[in-house]
Design a protein around this ligand. Structure first.
Ligand code: NAD
Length: 335
């Protein structure tokens, strides 16, 4: 299955296929120097299977985890690209989750002002969300993704078989991102996730439907000036929960919680049941007093206004400015 994505007058394909790792050379041009970025938590065989398809490949393995998304690690990646003799016509392939994808994309965007970037996402979050759309970057001084660039991959290769090795917690985290897209944009996808007895068997369809939503939204609004904000459903409160809990909860878990105050009562009941079904959190344990300062901080960064996403009914959304008072009321309603 191939899903095309068109942004900035350029297009690239997402190839979604079981066993696709061994067919990378059919989709990527690996007949040149290939710098493969992966991390210590990704089974080593995935990067090695890509490397085996090139005459000249170098594997760079960084330490797993969000802490690696920093200047020091970026510097060491760029430095290795240089010492490997990577040239303007060579390429970088990211093999891993959102951390490796975001950093790999930014390193590719920065090195020699841009070399070809291919993405092989191996977490569910990266497969349904972060590998598409061109957002790349690193964290700085505790602020997530504050340094970065929009840089589109040349191609994305998704092999759902890589999810067999993913921990259940990260699997559910990724599912939260697919649920987020389903609640706002695709009622049938929501019902598929809600009703399916065998989630593994349903995965190819879930990934495909989520990717089609993501692709259409980023095509319509590549720089997130309007409709792309729908992908931030659950983020207004989710970011605050993430900041207060300082790493105890995963991003997708915070998004799961952050969706609850932003939907209609009828949506919330079904959403809560689905989150419970997939072992995602459904109870916000922080008080509004703890969360609101972080929401205020985000508000200041966006020049005093927060545009929040609401789900008035399954498969629909509304984007409108929201006051801190309204968020407080909504939080109190569900706590
Ligand atoms: N660019 C975007 O549009 C975008 C969107 C959402 C999130 N993000 C970013 O994505 C990051 C989170 O991504 P993530 O959840 O994939 O985290 P991650 O990249 O840290 O991966 C999670 C863990 O799973 C391990 N792993 C990866 N693939 C595996 C596999 N197949 N089998 C076993 N273990 C595997 C990793 O080593 C890591 O320990 C955050 O930094 C976030 O800011 C970016």
């Amino acid at each position: 299955m191939v899903i095309p994505v068109n942004t900035f007058g350029e297009s690239y394909d997402i190839t979604l296929q079981s066993g696709a790792l061994d067919k990378a050379s059919e989709v990527f041009d690996l007949d040149r120097r290939v710098f493969i970025l992966t991390d210590s938590g990704v089974p080593a065989g995935y990067a090695e299977r890509i490397a085996a398809q090139s005459k000249w490949a170098h594997i760079k393995r960084i330490r797993q985890g969000e802490k690696s998304k920093c200047f020091e690690v970026l510097r060491s990646i760029l430095s290795d690209m240089l010492s490997c003799g990577l040239g303007r016509d060579d390429c970088l392939v990211a093999v891993g989750g959102g951390v490796v994808g975001d950093m790999g994309g930014f390193a590719a965007a920065s090195y020699m002002r841009g070399v070809d970037f291919y993405n092989v996402p191996t977490t569910l979050l990266a497969q349904v969300d972060s590998s598409v759309g061109g957002k790349t970057g690193i964290n700085l001084d505790g602020v997530k993704n504050i340094v970065g660039a929009f840089y589109q991959p040349r191609a994305v290769l998704i092999d759902p078989e890589t999810l067999d090795t993913l921990s259940p917690r990260y699997f559910s985290e990724g599912l939260a991102e697919a649920i987020k897209m389903a609640v706002t944009c695709d009622r049938e996808l929501f019902e598929l996730i809600e009703g399916c007895a065998d989630i593994k068997a349903a995965l190819p369809e879930i990934i495909e439907r989520a990717l089609r939503i993501k692709a259409s939204v980023v095509e319509a609004d590549p720089y997130e000036k309007g409709i792309r904000r729908v992908l931030n459903f659950g983020h207004t409160v989710g970011h605050a929960i993430e900041s207060v809990n300082m790493g105890a909860l995963l991003h997708g878990e915070c998004v799961a919680l952050g969706m609850l105050p932003m939907c209609d009562v009828s949506v919330r009941a079904r959403l809560t049941a689905v989150l419970e079904k997939y072992a995602l959190p459904t109870e916000i344990t922080n008080t509004p007093a703890e969360l609101l300062p972080f929401i205020e901080r985000d508000k200041k960064r966006s020049r005093g206004a927060i545009n929040a996403v609401f789900a008035p009914a399954l498969g629909t959304f509304e984007i409108r400015p929201v006051s801190t008072e309204e968020i407080e009321k909504r939080l109190e309603m569900i706590l």
